[in-house]
Design a protein around this ligand. Structure first.
Ligand SMILES: [Zn+2]
Length: 113
């Protein structure tokens, strides 16, 4: 369960080529790098994909941009007052990232140095 006092976010900032920054109601903030957001896509297809055992012979198709580092967000669309939808440069854009989902994600620590 996320701390309830994080919601709703006070501020949403997107750098389309870098990261999403969420500033929460309690004053804390989280930074979600774009490739991280893409790999945590909450749509049914990506959830299934993540839950599958790793197949070393799997051919990378959708999501390959994550590996090449060219991934960016082409558009961010608010969904009601509870979620954000991202259109990624790899053509994927069906995931609805609710603020609650984002508050439960643990973004990777920022690079130091
Ligand atoms: Zn997805």
């Amino acid at each position: 369960m996320p701390p309830a006092d994080k919601l709703p976010p006070a501020r949403v900032q997107l750098d389309r080529y870098a990261a999403l920054t969420m500033t929460w109601a309690d004053g804390t903030s989280d930074v979600y790098p774009v490739p991280f957001l893409r790999t945590q896509c909450p749509c049914a297809t990506c959830r299934e994909f993540r839950e599958q055992p790793q197949d070393p012979f799997r051919v990378l198709g959708e999501g390959a941009d994550v590996v090449t580092g060219d991934l960016h967000v082409e558009a961010m669309t608010p969904v009601g007052h509870y979620a954000l939808q991202f259109a990624f440069s790899d053509g994927h854009g069906t995931g609805i990232y609710s603020y609650e989902y984002l508050s439960e994600l643990s973004p990777p620590p920022p690079h130091s140095g």
